[in-house]
Write a protein that binds this ligand. Structure first.
Ligand SMILES: N[C@@H](CCC(=O)N[C@@H](CS)C(=O)NCC(=O)O)C(=O)O
Length: 158
């Protein structure tokens, strides 16, 4: 039976899973949960994921409710020989895990703090300059990490 990914493309963590599904050519069923219609709060979805977030993956008996766990699972299961997305070598693998945790604890948290305020307050009541500074700071840190790894450079729009 095919795995099922509950998704909404407006979610950044969902996007990371969709990118990896494409990269690894995974045959999977996609089920839309429209966040703006608050479909994630449906009781049938909360029975699968009490935290009512997307992405959520069902793969047989396994239910994963965090994009980072889903990304690791996809690599463990579908990464082809010669790919090094989820490295075999221990220290390299821990570096990837470290960056995934940096993403969830800094980059995504700041983005989501801002967007939750936009959704729950009116934009006029949101301290946009504060959030902009925090988000740009996290992107700057991300860029520094990338440069440290010597992988690539990218510009950050002010
Ligand atoms: N740590 C989770 C965060 C997922 C998350 O917060 N998803 C948001 C959309 S970006 C969501 O589904 N929010 C709906 C809700 O909280 O009710 C992950 O990376 O998968």
């Amino acid at each position: 039976m095919k795995s099922v990914l509950y998704f909404d493309k407006c979610s950044p963590p969902v996007r990371s899973c969709l990118m990896l599904i494409k990269r690894l050519d995974i045959d999977i069923e996609l089920k839309k949960i429209t966040l703006f219609k608050r479909e994630q709060l449906r009781s049938d979805f909360k029975e699968i994921n009490p935290a009512h977030t997307v992405p959520t993956l069902i793969d047989g008996d396994l239910i994963l409710t965090d994009s980072h766990a889903i990304l690791i699972h996809f690599c463990e299961k579908y990464q082809k020989d010669g790919m090094n997305l989820w490295p075999k070598e221990y220290n390299e693998r821990m570096k990837v895990l470290n960056m995934l945790l940096f993403e969830i604890s800094i980059v995504f948290r700041r983005d989501s703090n801002f967007l939750s305020e936009v959704v729950h307050k009116t934009l006029a009541n949101v301290d946009v300059p504060y959030h902009k500074e925090k988000i740009l700071e996290s992107l700057e840190e991300l860029r520094n990490w990338m440069e440290l790894f010597g992988k690539f450079k990218f510009p950050i729009e002010q």
